[in-house]
Design a binder for this molecule. Structure first.
Ligand code: PMP
Ligand code: GLN
Length: 385
């Protein structure tokens, strides 16, 4: 028989729950994706690119106009000094995460992963014969516990993975959080900070997204990853980018070039043209999705407070956690399956997003990137609880 490289992995919880939603014809508030379409203007720019641009390979690092306008965008929001040389276009953030880990993890190296977290971090470390070092974050928003992070650092630590705004925790890292990490890592220049910032434009209640790229003491060894899927309500496009200073980005590119070489060129041309148009007409601030999603967050939060679920108000992202312990003492997996069958609403159990799930975790995750009608229908069903 062939020996599995990931013997403990099954199908991701997101794929499982979306399959269940399709089977039951239930409302899918599980896997994170919008049920509405991107802005018509962006589709038009992409259509024009399909008609008029080249259909051959993009340069390895990606379309130069796109990388240039992205550098301008990040410099605008984060007061950085980046150029197109610092940016590589990837097949979504997931590929960027994989390449970043592959570029720096040698067999036996440890990678600190804050628990709970996005599901691709751990297997990407294992593929590279690295050792995941989970560090439990503090409920209910699962904010980082810096004492535990400090204790987890060893001579073998090679990367720490941060995710802000955080999925599934839904907190965001403040400048002070970043400075605390910079202090902890001040004598360990060899540790890379991989910062997953795919929800950068979804931050609530007047908060601001702070990128690792803006933090002295961290930016020299940082890799930040982003996803157009999140920014433009189009998760199916699977296109994103990685950002790092030299020499970090050069090491990243060595892996990227052999994983995909280069990403869908026509999409890059369309996105470059759209972002240039945004810059010249509405300005980069118009990319912010916070107000749009804040209304949806408030709608779901208010509705859930009238049930026996206990929602936790998110600081960012389009996810919301809720505690169901007043309703059931079943495991979260059993609870979401019951919920799907009984009221026709699919959610995500939280424990599969941990490497070491705490015992008796009674939490589920909702995605509220949905049309008003969808949220209204879901809320009517949830009000039966
Ligand atoms: N990181 C986080 C925290 C995510 O939630 C997601 C996607 N849902 C990704 C990375 C992956 O993004 P992409 O679809 O662009 O690969
Ligand atoms: N990141 C998305 C979520 O958290 C799912 C992405 C995926 O299915 N790989 O729901």
């Amino acid at each position: 028989m062939h020996r599995s490289k990931l013997p403990d992995e099954g199908i991701t919880i997101f794929a499982q729950m979306s399959a269940l939603a399709r089977k039951l014809n239930a409302i899918n508030l599980g896997q994170g994706f919008p049920d509405f379409t991107p802005d018509k203007t962006i589709i038009e720019h992409i259509r024009q690119a399909f008609l008029n641009s080249t259909h051959q390979y993009a340069p390895m690092k990606g379309n130069e106009k796109l990388r240039h306008v992205l550098a301008e965008k990040i410099n605008y929001f984060q007061k950085t000094n980046l150029t197109e040389n610092n940016i590589t276009i990837t097949a979504g953030a997931t590929q960027a995460i994989f390449c970043a880990i592959t570029a720096f993890v040698h067999p036996g190296d440890e990678v600190i992963i804050l628990d709970p977290g996005y599901d691709s971090y751990r297997p990407s470390v294992l593929f590279n014969s690295g050792v995941p070092a989970p560090v439990l974050s503090t409920p209910p928003l699962f904010k980082p516990d810096f004492n535990k992070i400090k204790d987890a650092i060893t001579d073998k630590t090679r990367i720490i993975i941060v995710n802000t705004p955080n999925n599934p925790g839904t907190h965001i890292w403040t400048k002070q959080d970043w400075e605390t990490l910079a202090e902890i890592l001040s004598d360990r220049e060899d540790i890379i900070v991989l910062s997953d910032e795919v929800y950068e434009h979804i931050v609530f209640d007047g908060r601001k997204h702070v990128s690792v790229l803006s933090i002295d003491g961290l930016k020299q060894r940082a890799i930040a990853v982003y996803s157009f899927g999140k920014t433009f309500h189009a998760t199916g496009w699977k296109i994103g980018y990685a950002v790092a200073l030299e020499p970090v980005i050069i090491e990243f590119d060595k892996i990227h070039q052999y994983v995909v070489y280069a990403v869908n060129n026509v999409m890059q041309e369309g996105l470059a043209s759209y972002l240039e148009w945004v810059k010249q007409t509405k300005g980069f601030d118009s990319l912010d999705q916070s107000h749009f999603f804040e209304k949806k967050r408030d709608f779901l939060y208010n509705a859930l407070t009238n049930t026996r679920l206990k929602p936790i108000k998110p600081e960012g992202t389009y996810f919301m956690l809720a505690d169901y312990s007043a309703l059931s003492q079943k495991s979260d997996m059993e609870f979401v399956i019951d919920l799907a069958h009984q009221i026709g609403v699919v959610t995500i159990p939280l424990s599969p997003l941990f490497i070491n799930p705490p015992e008796n975790l009674r939490m589920i995750r909702f995605c509220f990137a949905k049309r008003e009608e969808t949220l209204q229908q879901a809320v009517e069903k949830l009000s039966l609880l």
